[in-house]
Design a protein around this ligand. Structure first.
Ligand code: PRP
Length: 211
C-alpha cells in the first residue's frame, strides 16, 4: 500500500490536529512540538507527516508534494489553490475581521489604507463594498499598523480577542469564520481514493464524537 503524506501547519494547529488524529487511531508517537524534525511517520508506518509554515500547506497539497493538508480556512480563502476541501475539523476556530479603533467610520470612506496578512481577502471584501483600498501586506503584528498611523484599519484573524483588546482596538466588521480544514490533492484523490476516504472517515468519526 502506498504511503499517504499529510502536510500540517506547524504550531498550535499541528498540536491540536495531531491530538485529533491520535483519537482517530492515526498516531504520531514520535511527534513533539519542541522537535526541529520536519518529517514524522505514524506508528503504522503508512502515513508521513510533514510540518510546514501554515501559508505553504495549500501549495504542498496543490503540487502533490502532500496528498492531504490540514490548514485554516483563513489561509485557504487567501491562497485560493486548486484543491478539494473535504472536512471541517472544528479546531483552531477564529474569525477574519476588519478591526480598528472603536467607532471608526470606515464604511463612510471612499478610500482606506488597510494592513493585513490577507491582501486578496482584503481587496475582495472592500471591492464588494465599493471602497478603494491601499493594502499594506505585513507578515505579523498587524495590530501595530493603526497604532502607529500606518493604516486606517486592519484585516486579521481574531481568536480570543486578547491582542485587539490589549492594543485598544475592536472588531469593526466580521468577514468570515475560520477553522482547520482537511484539504486533498485532486490527482491523489483519483489515485489513492480508498486510502484517502478511509483516512477522512476515521477523522470525521472522531470530529463528530468530539462535537
Ligand atoms: C495572530 C493574529 C492576531 C492574533 C489573534 O497572530 O495575527 O495578532 O493571533 O489572536 P487573539 O485574538 O487570540 O489575540 P499570531 O499569534 O499568529 O502572531 P503574528 O502577529 O506574528 O502573526
Amino acid at each position: 500500500m502506498s504511503k499517504l503524506t499529510v502536510a500540517m501547519a506547524k504550531g498550535r494547529t499541528a498540536t491540536m490536529a495531531i491530538d485529533l488524529l491520535a483519537g482517530a487511531g492515526i498516531e504520531f508517537s514520535s511527534y513533539s512540538e519542541a522537535s526541529r524534525k520536519l518529517v514524522f511517520m505514524d506508528d503504522t508506518g503508512t502515513v508521513k507527516l510533514v510540518v510546514v509554515k501554515s501559508v505553504d500547506v495549500p501549495t504542498y497539497v496543490e503540487n502533490g508534494a502532500a496528498d492531504i493538508g490540514v490548514i485554516g480556512k483563513d489561509v485557504l480563502l487567501e491562497e485560493q489553490k486548486d484543491v478539494y476541501e473535504m472536512l471541517d475539523l472544528g479546531i483552531s476556530k477564529c474569525k477574519l475581521a476588519v478591526a480598528g479603533f472603536p467607532n471608526h467610520k470606515f464604511m463612510d470612506s471612499s478610500r482606506l489604507t488597510v494592513a493585513s496578512k490577507y491582501p486578496k481577502v482584503t481587496k475582495a471584501h472592500f471591492d464588494a463594498k465599493g471602497i478603494r483600498t491601499d493594502i499594506i501586506t505585513l507578515n505579523g503584528s498587524i495590530e501595530l499598523a493603526p497604532l502607529i498611523g500606518m493604516s486606517d484599519v486592519i484585516v486579521d484573524i481574531v481568536e480570543s480577542g486578547k491582542t485587539l483588546k490589549e492594543n485598544g482596538l475592536v472588531i469593526l466588521e466580521d468577514i468570515a469564520d475560520s477553522s482547520a480544514r482537511i484539504i486533498v490533492n485532486k490527482a491523489s484523490f483519483a489515485i489513492k481514493t480508498k486510502q484517502i476516504q478511509a483516512f477522512i472517515a476515521k477523522v470525521k468519526k472522531r470530529v463528530e464524537v468530539r462535537s
